[in-house]
Ligand binder design. Structure first.
Ligand SMILES: C[S@@+](CC[C@H](N)C(=O)[O-])C[C@H]1O[C@@H](n2cnc3c(N)ncnc32)[C@H](O)[C@@H]1O
Length: 363
């Protein structure tokens, strides 16, 4: 019994096949006919527009970023920083314990990104100067803590941007299953997490702390308190520029707010909700002596909110990490005036500083 059924299927398949071939033949005849007629008219071909390079780069930009992060994580820049001579891909692969062919693929991309150079017939690779200076853990200017934080914290959180925008919330629970009710508890939940965060903050303010210290003449202030001062890097930098200033670092687990002539809030206000910022500013204002100052350091948005792109991206990132956001200089002026501050000076710094600075006083 099963045999006729199978034969039936085969027959119907055969018919379908024959039918399709005939129909394809007919279509191709029609096509060649229409090609002839198009050749006469020469105007009906609708060529779709190419995908603009800018759009392609925006969609696929993560691949370059991810490749550089992977190369840092694999230690490719360290191996080449550490070797006296350029190395073949095979030698590098053996040292980082990786697949030789895939390592070569990654290193060729790094050559195109100008982070490696390649010489000789044997294809010997070495780091370019900029890669050695910033991407190797052996350099004093290494940004590897920033890379590690980006890879392990920022990248996963930013991956939930759609939800952050839909809900207007940070993404700790959604990404890591962690409650962010008290953010410092999340950032300092283990020794590893604490070290990753603190090393990242320190590394990203190595240069900007100098830009902040030099933005205004602060020599009239005898004492200063850096609120949320983390590792104390900005305090240390301020000491270098103002050796007579007495500087205190206040952070989680510090006792009551110390008295000071100048308070500093560096990369703090964009972390908090408007209500908490109001509480913070009014506490600081009440603590300050008359003539005292408040120095705020963080990236500012343009007043029309159309840029800079780096600040707009940072603002979205703050949404995913703290449910905070960046403000414009005008928004800051309005906020500070509301709390009674006067003589508000907003200074936009060079984008390489990754920060802008505001100084204001209590009259
Ligand atoms: C984004 S980091 C900024 C660190 C530093 N000011 C800088 O610019 O590198 C925020 C800092 O605020 C501190 N912080 C968070 N909650 C705090 C609180 N309730 N009291 C004091 N410091 C706090 C954190 O421990 C962390 O050092």
């Amino acid at each position: 019994m099963p045999i006729p059924i199978r034969l039936g299927i085969i027959r119907s398949l055969y018919r379908t096949t024959v039918y399709r071939s005939v129909s394809i033949l007919r279509q191709s005849r029609q096509l060649s006919y229409s090609r002839v007629s198009l050749a006469h008219e020469r105007k009906e071909i609708a060529v779709p527009p190419p995908i603009p390079a800018k759009i392609q780069d925006l969609i696929l930009g993560f691949r370059a970023s991810r490749s550089v992060i992977a190369a840092c994580d694999l230690g490719i820049f360290d191996v080449l920083h550490d070797s006296d001579e350029p190395q073949t891909a095979e030698e590098v692969a053996a040292k980082i314990i990786a697949n030789s062919d895939a390592t070569e693929q990654l290193m060729d991309l790094l050559v195109a990104l100008e982070l490696k150079s390649r010489n000789g017939e044997l294809w010997l690779y070495s780091n370019t100067e900029v890669a050695s200076q910033y991407l190797s853990k052996f350099s004093p200017y290494s940004i590897l803590p920033f890379v590690t934080f980006t890879q392990t914290v920022a990248y996963p959180l930013f991956g939930k941007l759609e939800t952050a925008v839909r809900e207007g919330s940070d993404q700790w629970m959604n990404t890591f299953g962690l409650s962010s009710e008290k953010l410092s508890d999340v950032l300092y939940r283990t020794d590893d997490a604490k070290l990753t965060f603190m090393a990242h903050m320190q590394c990203t303010s190595l240069y900007s702390s100098h830009a902040v210290a030099k933005a205004f003449d602060l020599s009239n202030f005898g004492s200063c308190c850096d609120l949320g001062g983390n590792t104390g890097l900005l305090a240390y930098t301020l000491c270098q520029y103002y050796p007579n200033m007495k500087i205190t670092v206040y952070d989680v687990q510090s006792p009551d707010l110390p008295k000071a002539d100048l308070y500093v809030l560096s990369r703090i206000i964009h972390d908090w909700s408007a209500e908490k910022v109001d509480v913070m500013l009014s506490n600081i204002f009440n603590c300050m002596p008359s003539g005292g100052g408040l120095l705020i350091a963080e990236m500012l948005l343009d007043n029309d909110k159309a840029g800079p792109i780096g600040a707009l991206l940072q603002s979205l990132f703050m949404r995913t990490i703290t449910n905070g956001k960046l403000r414009s200089g005008e928004e800051f002026k309005e906020l500070l005036e509301k709390h009674g501050f006067v003589d508000i000076e907003v200074k936009r710094l060079d984008p390489v500083a990754s920060t802008d600075v505001i100084l204001c006083r209590k009259s």
